[in-house]
Design a protein around this ligand. Structure first.
Ligand SMILES: [Ca+2]
Ligand SMILES: [Ca+2]
Ligand SMILES: [Ca+2]
Length: 207
């Protein structure tokens, strides 16, 4: 037996399309929801943040319109290791990876954009082995310059432009795990033919 829908939340003239994420973005102990959000009239893209009140309802809603590219998916991670959840977004177009740093009170800084061709998946992990979260993008082979793993290294909380690794693959999705226990997260993914592929990462942090 499953539950009925007992609450919905209407975002007036904004539609929530894409892959959403949940987490406590304002550190009040209640789960909040973050979603790609596009206006229903003129095509304005952005990200909506809905703060949960702990009852299944939402006490506030804010729409950030700081991307000219469509946001296809978001997830939450503390990318700068300052104790607050940040938003990582996978966007359409060429400027295709973005982060919005969270202040810890439910508000977010303007999006920082990174030009990675054709991202199929974006994830966060310790790829360079220095225990700082790096951004990792698996890109689609049909994009110009794509089909590679791009590592955006975390240097003192800022991220480098993506450096490509590995031979071109038809990445469709990817997650990180340290498969060979060498202290560097590796990329585990599936290609567009449905085959499991692995890229063992050996890159080291910049001195
Ligand atoms: Ca919360
Ligand atoms: Ca953070
Ligand atoms: Ca490894």
């Amino acid at each position: 037996m499953f539950g009925d829908v007992i609450h919905s939340f209407t975002t007036s003239y904004v539609g929530l399309w894409g892959e959403l994420a949940v987490g406590d973005v304002d550190n009040d102990g209640h789960v909040d929801v973050v979603s790609p959000a596009t206006s229903l009239g003129p095509n304005v893209n952005g990200i909506a943040v809905m703060r949960g009140d702990g009852t299944g309802r939402f006490s506030s809603y804010r729409w950030y319109r700081d991307t000219e590219y469509g946001v296809q998916a978001v997830f939450l991670a503390d990318v700068d290791d300052d104790g607050t959840l940040d938003i990582v977004s996978r966007n359409s177009g060429y400027i295709t990876a973005g982060i919005k740093r969270g202040a810890g009170d439910g508000t977010f800084a303007p999006m920082e954009l990174f030009g990675i061709p054709g991202p199929a998946a974006i994830t966060v992990g310790n790829v360079t082995g220095d225990d700082k979260p790096d951004l990792v993008v698996a890109s689609r082979a049909e994009a110009v310059g794509g089909g590679r793993i791009f590592v955006l290294e975390n240097v003192d909380g800022a991220f480098t432009a993506g450096q490509p690794f590995g031979d071109p693959q038809f990445w469709a999705q990817a997650v990180l795990a340290d498969l060979d226990a060498d202290g560097h997260d590796d990329v585990v993914g599936v290609d567009e033919d449905g085959q499991l592929i692995v890229s063992l990462m050996t890159c080291t942090a910049r001195p």
